[in-house]
Ligand binder design. Sequence first.
Ligand SMILES: Cc1ncc(COP(=O)(O)O)c(C=O)c1O
Length: 382
Amino acid sequence: MLVSKLPNVGTTIFTRMSQLALETGAINLSQGFPDFDGPQALREAVARHVMQGRNQYCPMTGLPALRQQVAAKIVRSYGVQRDADSEITITPGATEAIFCAVQAMIRPGDEAIVLDPCYDSYEPSVELAGGRCVHVPLALPDFAVDWQRLADAITPRTRLIFLNSPHNPSGALLTRVDLDRLAELIRGRDIHVISDEVYEHLIFDGQRHASVLAHEELYQRAFVVSSFGKTYHVTGWKTGYVVAPPALTAELRKIHQYVNFCGVTPLQFALADFMAACPEHVEELPAFYQAKRDLFCDLLADSNFTFSRAPGTYFQLADYSAIRPDLDDVAMAEWLTREHGVAAIPVSVFYQSAPKDMRLVRLCFAKREETLRQAAEKLCAV
Ligand SMILES: Cc1ncc(COP(=O)(O)O)c(C=O)c1O
């Protein structure tokens, strides 16, 4: 008899909603990906490298030139030096980096703390390593860390704590003070951190990203994960990286080596070229996405949804209590898609157990202006 190792995992809501959007012809603001292309120079670089024969395996740790570009970006963004050879590993997506970091840290019986709502790959990764996730809800309405609850959730079995800032789905940001509190909380304990910072450059209103990379004490126990997919508008390339102190990196690489061995070679050459030629791309990202957020929110100002503008990421939460309080958010997302032609993601799916009265959907604004205008017009009619 086949006994599933992940009995509670089915087709994810992201696949389901994108499928429903396709079937119904709805505008897809559900899954988080841009409906515009990455920079032309970046795409041309891939074509060039493919034609020039960069089509065989690259080093297991990632192309040296790309690791050096990541190190240079870290210096520019956070003023710290992380070693390209011993601390930076290129992975096939942030998801693989998270998976490998979890496998490196979690043994059967260990616990990992996740802050709900959270990204859906964390828990299966922990379970496959024989561990168990302990869910601590973020405090509403701002999705802030409830430090007392987090402290109470720590046990002698706790081995990992997941952070995610800017936060999917809420856009909430951790501050330097939050990082200090976490460092204090785990000081002297055998606990490591996976800091999921894939939206590190999508941060608005003049705020600055408080990266674990720049927090020396936390960094010494951390895997900091990012994604070229988010930063360069190429989510389908599934290329990311993880930065960790040498001893942690060595353990992660032992696993990465057998999960995938290496990332896709021509993509890494192209990213290295583009990062060297256009370092300003990341500096321009906040304004680029803030303009989209503001356009979308301005267009929704007269709708029956209520919201406060997302401080980061490319997701906007919208409260629909004034529209269909009778529907839970999964039913609402389906109703919106079928009846009003806009696909969204229910926020409860990011929880182990969501508050019963939660009436929030997540809308992705990584879209062309035309798409945002069409979607907002439909949403204003709800
Ligand atoms: C919070 C978070 N972490 C990780 C990822 C995965 O990134 P990648 O596509 O590089 O695997 C995503 C993608 O949606 C995400 O939202």
